[in-house]
Design a protein around this ligand. Structure first.
Ligand SMILES: [Zn+2]
Length: 609
């Protein structure tokens, strides 16, 4: 928090609703913009009362080269003694005022004063823009989430602007569509075309362009991008807005989505709703729509069911966390999933890192990751070699030490074997080489590619269960949290182990678990009751592992540290929506600007010791 500054108003232009305050200290005179919105209660009435030389007190901020007097401006009582009322030597016309806003003529120390204050913790940024991306499968009525979100952001003083990605897609010769399926498909195809011709994140670049256009520098703005359909769009937005960007994953049951597409969107042609859902999940090529691969990148997961109160309260909690509420702590599910994610990062698997934990009575009893097993129990760990002092892996242990994924290699061997055994009699193919090439392509793309059992690694779920058995801990009635939906091979062992609840984040389309074991597994959502006769598989809801530390840790997260009590009195500190600020704000300055601010701090350090 910066101290309040007192000074006087130098120019007030009531007709055009702006003015400026000139603050003079020992060395410098600087001008700060003043708008009615920066006045107490944003009241134009207060603005009307202002005159030149009215003593005011305010806080300062720089945004995009604008120096603004912000926070509540208090009009000082004239009897107050400490008001600075220095006069300006030379009145400035409105023109030169504008110029001084765009390119301040003060020294570099002054240009960066708000950044230096930010770096040294004197101020926290409390009018940063907020960018929220939404990812949801087709047939999800996302307005049930985005509308209350817009409404709730108002409480924090934020104006929300929806950025519709579909508005970026220009359908040239559209106009009349036969039906809804055709209309949605046209958009999907046009989106694919755009990605194919430029790059997979092109719509995210379009979203940034729309955000820049919609930004109103006099307002605190939140931008809601609806909806992202490709993982590279998310990567792109994280590069642009870094920690100021949040991805909100909306989960809706397939049944509910089918119903919505049929009843509300008029997808009445037989099978059309299902076809759309399948295409939307993944079109199966790099530049296609890939909602399934995008969803699990979310920072926060909300369940869109029939209970609107639940949706609203989930969103409120999400926003309270973003806006630095110090009194929100994780649910056990969130904690357990975070621990599962933590476990996953020890994995040296060549294709994906998966983590799992087994929990019982809200206590984590075992962890697991996917990696190669080691004799004596457990998986290979990297270890410090005492002779050399290097951290190293056992030779021929983890897959990378062998330089190949045994699963992929075995699949390829199988394909080659089939090719070798088939009689070569295709006349249209000029040579046996062409024939082999074609057939190989077909076989590789076939379901042979879905086989997983030739991998050397133990899957994370299995390792977690096995670690229970190594230590003699019962897995009966336990819960299992895993970062990815279990494969069918693990699923049968999960069922056999007596685990009764499985929570997962990332879908795993190769898994046949639900198909093979529908007698023992049910896909449960918040809306239906726990089935005690089956193992309940549930999608994860809540704060995802990715931003867990940022949102829950008082000190380890990115952004401002959290305080819960007054150090002297021990009493809890007040936190309110109105006064809260974003914990990981968008800092107005690239690293070279921040670097310059740091250099200024160093150069202007006190020499007095
Ligand atoms: Zn598995």
């Amino acid at each position: 928090m910066s101290d309040r500054v007192t000074s006087t108003i130098k120019v007030i232009n009531k007709d055009e609703s702006w003015g400026y305050i000139r603050k003079i200290d020992e060395n410098h005179a600087r001008d700060y913009a003043l708008y009615p919105s920066s006045l107490s209660k944003s009241s134009n009435l207060v603005y009307e009362e202002l005159d030149e030389d009215t003593p005011v007190s305010f806080k300062l901020q720089e945004t995009n080269g604008f120096f603004k007097a912000y926070d509540v401006i208090v009009i000082n009582d004239e009897t107050q003694s400490n008001t600075i009322t220095q006069t300006v030597e030379q009145p400035i016309s409105s023109q030169s005022f504008t110029a001084s806003l765009d390119s301040p003529t003060s020294t570099s120390k002054n240009i960066n004063s708000s950044l230096t204050d930010y770096l040294t913790g004197k101020i926290s940024i409390d009018d940063s823009d907020l960018v929220i991306g939404v990812v949801s499968a087709v047939g999800t009525d996302s307005s049930l989430v985005t509308e209350p979100l817009v409404h709730r952001l108002l409480k924090f003083g934020y104006t929300a602007e929806k950025i519709k990605l579909s508005s970026l897609i220009n359908l040239e010769n559209h106009i009349d569509f036969e039906n809804e399926e055709e209309r949605i498909n046209s958009y999907i195809k046009a989106g694919d075309e755009l990605r194919k011709n430029s790059n997979n994140a092109i719509l995210a670049a379009g979203a940034v362009t729309l955000i820049e256009k919609a930004r109103d520098k006099n307002k605190k703005m939140a931008f809601i991008i609806d909806s992202l359909k490709h993982p590279e769009e998310v990567e792109f937005l994280r590069k642009v807005y870094s920690d100021g960007f949040y991805l909100l994953g909306i989960y809706a049951d397939e049944e509910r989505r089918l119903e919505y597409l049929k009843d509300r969107r008029g997808c009445v042609v037989e099978g059309s709703a299902q076809r759309l859902i399948d295409i939307d999940e993944s079109e199966g090529f790099r530049h296609g729509q890939r909602t399934r691969d995008t969803y699990h990148l979310s920072d926060f997961y909300v369940y869109l069911g029939s209970n609107q109160d639940l949706i609203n309260n989930t969103l409120q909690r999400f926003l309270d966390l973003i806006f630095s509420s110090p009194y929100l702590t994780p649910t056990f599910d969130e904690y357990a999933m975070f621990m599962a994610f933590n476990s996953s990062v020890r994995s040296g698997d060549l294709s994906r890192q998966v983590g799992a934990v087994v929990a019982k009575n809200k206590q984590i009893i075992a962890t697991g990751a996917n990696d190669v097993p080691k004799a004596g129990g457990g998986l290979y760990w990297s270890e410090i070699v005492s002779k050399t002092g290097k951290v190293d892996d056992a030779p021929e242990g983890k897959d990378y030490t062998r330089g190949i994924d045994s699963n992929k290699k075995t699949q390829l061997d199988m394909v080659q074997d089939i090719i070798n055994k088939i009689e070569v009699k295709f006349e249209q193919l000029q040579s046996i080489n062409d024939y082999e090439k074609e057939l190989k392509k077909i076989l590789i793309e076939s379901t042979i590619g879905d086989l997983t059992e030739f991998g050397r690694v133990v899957h994370a779920e299995m390792e977690a269960i096995l670690s229970c058995s190594r230590e003699g801990i019962s897995t009966k009635s336990a819960s299992l949290y895993c970062t990815t939906f279990p494969c069918h091979n693990c699923a049968k062992h999960i069922i056999a182990s007596g685990v009764e609840r499985v929570v997962y984040v990332e879908p795993y389309p190769k898994s046949k678990a639900l198909e093979f074991y529908n007698d023992s597994i049910t896909l449960k959502s918040i809306d239906n009751e726990h089935d005690y006769n089956k193992v309940n598989f549930e999608p994860f809801i809540g704060v995802g592992p990715r931003r867990f530390l940022d949102l829950f840790s008082m000190s380890l997260g990115v952004g401002d540290k959290l305080k819960r009590k007054d150090r002297e009195t021990g009493k809890t500190l007040d936190w309110s929506h109105e006064k809260s600020s974003i914990r990981t704000p968008l800092v107005d300055g690239s690293y070279d600007k921040l670097e310059q601010a740091a250099i200024d701090i160093w150069n202007n350090r006190s020499h007095t010791n």
